[in-house]
Ligand binder design. Structure first.
Ligand SMILES: O=C(O)CCC(=O)C(=O)O
Length: 396
């Protein structure tokens, strides 16, 4: 059921004072409780014409991958699922998972806590303010990266480590937000543990779909050091001009997203945008650049974005699976052949992360640009032109 969010009800009218409140010198802070009723949105949120959203795109048909097939003794069912998964991942890298085993009460609790967090006073949320150069914390000002346009959203991101001796999420909230956030931390610790477990199951299926066996990628991600992000998109009175999340590819390995019942996620396939309709009992999963490299370019990481609407808050929970920092991202040798030579060089996740933070945006060209950058960094005197793709082909 769609219920108006409290911040919509208490949002003051559009006044000069409100506008001033969100402007601080050149820096713009997005405050979800002040923005939803503004009939004229600040110019920083107006995207250029070629990036303006289409609010009624066709729906992307993506296969619901039924994880029950894992328990089934029927090899035919498993091979049908792997064939569907392989087709979707070769085309655009998006699929749904159903019968995933994650407790629906835990998902509902996580959504409720998103509301609780983002409805707090700005000064409270800013206790967790993300600092320049860091990836975690509360963010409502996204200036200074690679786009001059701002997304219409607030986010809260934090690290998760699959190392069982650590409770990274619980500790983060206790340290940053204090004792009152003990329960918040333990719910998201549990949620991240469930996502990590689910992603390892999906890795088994991806391994089977690529013909390299169940364990290959599961073992690789066993000690994952991942990131969880809570996205909060307040209503926007000019949804046709703004974007909640700008177009990007995920540089991470696999994203497991739970959207609330409000539509907004869009994927760029074959030259046009499609929507991904929310389904309460399903997670939307997409391949990220790191997995594209692990699959030797066979499975795609695809451009996606989120649009906003003028009626209701939209929320999403995104778990970004990342390898342990020491793991070398290299495709299994069965995926390399004379016809299918290496697409990308070996790398570690922190170096790709650094590249996307400091040098290049996360889009369809990131891996190619990163490969050239690595090559030059490792061979500074090789004297080759800077636009040589690594080493033989470029897939985007
Ligand atoms: O909110 C969504 O549907 C998409 C979010 C997303 O792409 C992101 O957080 O990177």
């Amino acid at each position: 059921m769609l219920v108006p969010h409290p911040s919509m009800l208490i949002a003051p009218q559009n006044t000069v004072e409100n506008h001033d409140n969100i402007m601080e010198g050149q820096k713009l802070h997005f405050d979800g409780s002040l923005m939803p009723n503004q009939s004229n949105i600040p110019s920083q949120f107006i995207w250029p014409d070629h990036e303006k959203p289409c609010l009624t795109p066709p729906e992307l048909q993506i296969p619901p991958i039924d994880l029950k097939c894992f328990l089934s003794a029927d090899p035919q069912a498993l091979s049908t699922v792997c064939a569907e998964l392989s087709e979707a991942c070769k085309k655009h890298g998006f699929f749904l998972v159903v019968n995933h085993g994650v407790d629906s009460k835990l998902i509902a609790q996580a959504h409720k806590l998103i509301d609780d967090f983002f409805c707090m006073q700005l000064s409270q949320k800013q206790k967790a303010q993300r600092k320049i150069g860091e990836h975690c914390g509360y963010a409502n000002s996204f200036i200074g990266r690679f786009s001059s346009k701002l997304p219409w959203k607030e986010t809260l991101s934090f690290h998760y480590s699959a190392d069982k001796s650590r409770k990274t999420v619980e500790d983060y909230f206790l340290n940053v937000m204090g004792e009152d956030f003990k329960q918040f931390g333990s719910v998201f610790q549990e949620y991240c543990e469930a996502m990590s477990k689910l992603s390892l199951g999906i890795m088994e299926l991806l391994g089977m779909s690529l013909g390299v066996g169940r364990e290959c990628f599961r073992d690789f991600f066993e000690g994952n050091e991942s990131v969880m992000r809570l996205n909060y998109y307040p209503p926007c009175q000019k949804p046709e001009l703004a974007l909640g999340t700008g177009p990007h590819c995920d540089p991470t390995s696999l994203t497991i997203l739970h959207q609330d019942q409000v539509e907004g996620l869009q994927v760029f396939v074959d030259g046009r945008w499609y929507s991904v309709a929310p389904k309460e009992d399903a997670f939307v999963v997409n391949i990220g650049d790191t997995f594209m490299a692990l699959s030797n370019g066979m499975f795609k990481s695809c451009l996606h974005r989120a649009v906003v609407n003028n009626k209701i808050v939209r929320k999403s929970l995104a778990f970004f699976l990342c390898p342990n920092r020491d793991k070398v991202v290299t495709p299994p040798k069965d995926l390399i052949s004379y016809e299918n030579s290496r697409t990308y060089p070996d790398f570690t996740w922190p170096s790709l992360l650094e590249f996307t933070q400091k040098h290049y945006r996360s889009d369809t060209k990131t891996l190619d640009a990163f490969s050239r950058w690595l090559l030059e960094k490792n061979n500074p005197n090789r004297g080759a032109p800077t636009n040589v793709p690594w080493p033989t082909k470029s897939i985007n």
